[in-house]
Write a protein that binds this ligand. Structure first.
Ligand SMILES: Nc1nc2c(ncn2[C@@H]2O[C@H](COP(=O)(O)OP(=O)(O)OP(=O)(O)O)[C@@H](O)[C@H]2O)c(=O)[nH]1
Length: 634
């Protein structure tokens, strides 16, 4: 990347961190962020150190396409910012000194700085050059080219001038300068700025500048293209899933992109070309915004509120701090707010790494990818800084460490979000599955209990029905049930053309038993009689019931009148010959029985049939009792 022919100066190698590419400008910002506190303290000291001698002039020749003036630059600190060009030229001001340590980054300084370099152009075919100050944030830059004949050409630049005032529409301030062949030209650059004092001056031929910007634009397009793709991808995911982690990821990505956009000078070029206020304040503001984004994203992604309360509180504290600092930076001088915000970035970035490590130790799997993403960014930034301190050789990867690291970080974070989403979805599905299983088990359990209850209820109903059909004293069927059962029995007899007979059985003088032995003895006698009749009729498939009081009724299917009479006679004989046991006392009990055969062809109902049997019984009673009487009507 860069011009095909480069020249780094006649004297020694280039020792400043600034180079003539896109990354060089950014690197300068990052170095400033890394060493800003050191510089704030050391720069005034450094300016006080007297120079051993002023640098030699820069000599351009036919092979020069891009020339870094750093080794040829001397500077003068005009603390009050009052000196005019004439003062510094004539020596009325204090003398010029070489750049401290060869570095063109002087930190945050009050007043104005004058930079001087003498240039001799030995290339007669190339007299038009572009001087670029590869730091986009300087407020006020006044450029002067002083020629042998006393002619002075002046330009005015910096981000306090509208972007359109630049010689070339480019993110770094730049000035066209005519360099006649073989004539020394003194270049004086006066810089006054609230932001960091960095003046990496580079001379380009128009061709070299065009080639350099082409490569740089490609790199910038690639980098911000990746960020934009991730932005829209995760924006859509946020809109569809409504998972706030995606929103804070997009916020973090946007704010981080804005920081680099601002530091690259692209913010001033494309977003606020007319606003010198924003040109000044955008750096601390975007830094604070990015830190709010990263802290909030980490809190949400790592679910710190549920996993690590203390870490969550610290994260919230950092967010509150950066919000306040962001608001304050709208009013504070940039030389205070920017170094403060930059220094706090280290705390914030380190704390995010701590949060991720704790989350991993607490067993949160998605935090691993999160930490990997974060480490990628930190390693990229560290490699970039290491090059600046000559700890690592300058390669494509180390030189563009911040861009590569942050692009990889954003990419990995996007993957981590997907992983986290899948993990949450799986967890949800597991919970739903468990709940469903639990519900199914409970439903089965309830169904079983219900079935058991229904069975018990059925049993109870059956028992109730049975008890409704039974006589409580004797255990025989009761009169109502007899009626109910006699109907189908009669229907069946009619259908089968079979006889059906009724017995009306009544104990004789039962009242006397009650009167003589008591009601309980009477009860016992009734039970005994019921058992005896039932026993006697068992072989006849009879329907036997207690008709009421001391009266019983029996229906004998398949029995004609005579067969029924014989069965009745057996009952009578059995009772007569077997005294009932009433409370240990044998008591003789006789019985009168009325017998009636129901004519299946007759249309009469069961009531009339019972009536006939009852009449026969009455006849038996009136004929002297203890006898069987058949009904005359059939
Ligand atoms: N211990 C007892 N006695 C009953 C029960 N139901 C009816 N009785 C008695 O049965 C007797 C029936 O008396 P009556 O209707 O005069 O008939 P009887 O004494 O058997 O005389 P005849 O039927 O005419 O031979 C009464 O004394 C009733 O109190 C019962 O469930 N338990």
């Amino acid at each position: 990347m860069g011009a095909s022919r480069r020249h780094t100066g006649a004297v020694g190698s280039h020792s400043t961190p600034s180079q003539g590419t896109w990354g060089m400008g950014i690197r300068t910002q990052w170095i400033a962020m890394l060493v800003v506190l050191l510089l704030v303290v050391s720069a005034p000291l450094a300016t006080a150190i007297s120079a051993p001698g002023l640098p030699p002039p820069a000599v351009l020749d036919d092979n020069t396409a891009e020339y870094h003036l750093g080794p040829h630059v001397s500077f003068l600190h005009d603390r009050e910012g009052r000196h005019a060009l004439e003062d510094v030229m004539t020596g009325a001001a204090a003398g010029f000194a070489p750049l401290p340590g060869g570095s063109d980054a002087l930190g945050f300084q009050r007043g104005a700085f004058w930079f001087h370099a003498r240039v001799v152009n030995r290339a007669p075919g190339q007299t038009r050059w572009l001087l670029v100050q590869q730091y986009p944030l300087s407020d006020d830059i006044r450029f002067h080219a002083v020629y042998r004949d006393g002619r002075i050409v002046r330009h005015h630049g910096g981000d306090h001038q509208p972007f359109s005032a630049r010689s070339v529409r480019y993110r770094h301030p730049n000035f066209w300068v005519e360099l006649p062949a073989d004539e020394p030209v003194d270049l004086y650059v006066r810089v006054q700025s609230e932001s960091s004092m960095q003046v990496p001056l580079v001379l380009y031929t128009p061709t070299a500048f065009a080639e350099m910007t082409r490569d740089v634009q490609f790199g910038i397009g690639l980098y911000y293209g990746i960020l934009l793709a991730l932005f829209f991808y995760n924006l859509v995911l946020w809109l569809t899933t409504r998972d706030s982690s995606y929103f804070w990821y997009v916020f973090h990505l946007t704010a981080f992109g804005l920081v680099l956009f601002t530091l690259n000078g692209l913010g001033f070029e494309y977003l606020w070309p007319e606003s010198s206020w924003l040109a000044d304040k955008s750096v601390p503001l975007s830094i604070c915004l990015a830190q709010v984004g990263v802290q909030q994203f980490a809190r949400k992604f790592l679910d710190l509120n549920n996993r690590w309360r203390f870490g969550d509180r610290v994260g919230l504290g950092l967010i509150a701090f950066f919000v306040l600092l962001g608001i304050a930076s709208a009013f504070l001088p940039v030389r205070i707010s920017t170094p403060l915000a930059s220094a706090c970035v280290f705390i914030s970035v380190g704390w995010v790494a701590v949060e991720a490590i704790v989350a991993i130790r607490l067993g949160y799997a998605p935090a691993r990818i999160f930490l990997l993403a974060w480490a990628t960014f930190l390693v990229g930034t560290a490699m970039f800084a290491s090059v600046a301190f000559a700890l690592l050789p300058k390669t494509f990867v180390t030189e563009y460490g911040v861009q590569i690291g942050s692009a990889l970080e954003m990419l990995l974070l996007s993957v981590a979000l997907g992983y986290r989403y899948a993990a949450l979805r799986n967890e949800n599905e597991r919970i739903v599955r468990d709940a469903k299983r639990q519900l199914e088990y409970q439903v089965a359990e309830r169904t079983r209990e219900l079935r058991e209850a229904l069975a018990q209820l059925g049993d109870a109903n059956a028992r109730l029905r049975e008890s409704n059909q039974r006589d409580a004293l004797t255990g025989l069927h009761n009169r109502r049930h007899f009626h109910e059962q006699l109907v189908p029995m009669l229907d069946q007899a009619r259908a089968n053309r079979q006889p059906l007979s009724l017995l009306m059985i009544d104990l004789d003088h039962f009242k006397e038993i009650n009167d003589r032995y008591g009601h309980l003895a009477g009860d016992a006698c009734l039970r005994w009689v019921a058992h005896a009749i039932g026993d006697e009729l068992r072989s006849h498939r009879a329907l036997l019931a207690r008709f009421g009081g001391e009266e019983f009724v029996a229906a004998l299917p398949g029995h004609d009148l005579d067969q029924a009479r014989i069965a009745a006679e057996k009952i009578r004989t059995r009772l007569e010959s077997n005294p009932c046991e009433t409370l240990g006392r044998p008591t003789r009990v006789t019985t009168s029985i009325g017998v009636h055969e129901i004519n299946p062809a007759a249309s009469g109902g069961i009531d009339s049939a019972i009536e006939y049997a009852d009449r026969a019984l009455y006849l038996a009673k009136s004929s002297g009792r203890n006898r069987v009487q058949t009904s005359a009507v059939s």
